[in-house]
Design a protein around this ligand. Structure first.
Ligand code: ARG
Length: 390
């Protein structure tokens, strides 16, 4: 049986190659979907897969697609699940779809992933596998064989699989353009402070504040400080700019799909910068009612995506609503990055629903306000009158 495995090059998925071959009797094809890896990481993953005897390996460059179709949808939705900007959650459906595409091309009978039985990723991979390829078999070796991280390590050592994690720092790390997640080991205890060494993208390297201007067209960021960039380039540059000021570090307790509470650590500088800017622009151009209704749509969208239900029709319907609101979200926002903080300084848009004249204290009042004031609390006034018999 030929199985196509979503392969990151990490410990669990490397162990999966061997398990698929030995325990499941599979020919293994690996797919590494590039949603923001370095050249070196991609090369390493390919070499490792080939050294483990895969019959074929694919590297799929999906950086721009991930940035434009997933991360920028997250910007338009101001995506956040309990304060987590959905980095891993956003990438899984795209990775899973690319794996299905390779499986179809290869005429494979099975799809495989290396997620464990406690986390969210199993739901996300399998939801996409089942919706796009309902007839293919799904194999999840780590979950099915109930391997703990320690057992995976031991298995890797025994089978000559290069082990990237040091046993004293047994973190499970997932990275893509939109963020970096660090979990496992001592981090699982919420009473223990995360050590500084777990962070790679967010460290204050510049003590001086720095200003940055983000320009948007229809809800999507198009330039940073006047320089037009492709979606993936823009996100990378935003990560660098904001990360150098320590912006986008998150320590939180998250309610996983299964209902388990988990202690999570994230680094999401670009997400923090771009969503802060996007919200600031929306506040200027959307109506009060659009803003309050959209907030409930954003919560529903973020929860669906967190739960791996990217292919659920409701997600597409919510995106249609969001896109309609974004037609006017064009303009610019200036922000200051300083010591872990990202704050807005100024904003402008041709579509601003803002009138300096109307709001200014320097202009005379409109005398018609008297009538409005009289009726503004009319019903409450009647209620109190009835009660007091006034
Ligand atoms: N808790 C996050 C999420 O569910 C991060 C998961 C990270 N996955 C990993 N294999 N390290 O999206």
């Amino acid at each position: 049986m030929k199985a196509v495995l979503a392969y990151s090059g990490g410990l669990d998925t490397s162990v999966c190659i061997r398990l698929l071959q030995e325990r499941y009797g599979c020919e293994v094809v690996t797919v590494t979907v590039d949603v923001g890896l370095s050249e070196a990481e991609l090369r390493e993953a390919e070499e490792k897969a080939r050294s483990l005897g895969v019959v074929e390996h694919y590297t799929v460059d999906a950086k721009e697609e991930f940035a434009a179709e997933y991360c920028f949808r997250a910007v338009k939705a101001n995506a956040s699940y309990q304060g987590y900007p959905l980095s891993t959650a956003l990438a899984r459906p795209l990775i899973a779809r690319k794996v299905v595409e390779v499986a179809e091309r290869e005429g494979a009978e099975a799809l495989a992933h290396g997620a464990t039985g406690k986390g969210n990723d199993q739901f996300r991979f399998e939801a996409v596998f089942r919706t796009l390829a309902p007839r293919m078999r799904i194999i999840a070796p780590i979950r099915e064989l109930n391997l703990t991280r320690r057992e995976s390590l031991a298995y890797a050592r025994k089978h000559g699989i290069p082990v990237p994690v040091e046993p004293e720092k047994p973190y499970s790390i997932d990275e893509n353009l939109w963020g970096r997640s660090i979990e496992g080991g001592e981090l699982e205890d919420p009473e223990v402070e995360p050590p500084e060494e777990i962070y790679e993208w967010t460290r204050v390297r510049r003590e001086e504040p720095e200003e940055v201007v983000v320009e948007f067209e229809c809800g999507v960021p198009v330039s940073l400080n006047g320089t037009k960039l492709s979606p993936a380039e823009l996100i990378q540059e935003a990560n660098r700019l904001a990360g150098e000021h320590g912006v986008g570090r998150i320590e939180m307790i998250e309610d996983r799909i299964l209902g388990l509470k988990a202690r999570e650590n994230y680094e999401c500088p670009a997400a923090e910068l771009l969503i802060t800017a996007h919200r600031a622009l929306e506040a200027l151009v959307l109506t009060r009612r659009e803003l309050s209704f959209k907030a409930s749509v954003e919560a529903a969208w973020s929860e669906l995506v967190y739960f791996g239900l990217w292919n659920e029709p409701l997600r597409m319907a919510l995106d249609a609503f969001i896109d309609e609101t974004q037609k006017r979200v064009s303009g610019w926002v200036k922000l200051r990055l300083h010591m872990g903080r990202c704050s807005t300084l100024a904003r402008g848009s041709e579509n601003a629903l803002y009138s300096v004249d109307a709001v200014s204290f320097d202009e005379a009042e409109d005398e018609r306000i008297e009538g409005m004031l009289r009726y503004h609390s009319f019903q409450a006034e009647m209620y109190h009158r009835r009660r007091t018999g006034g």
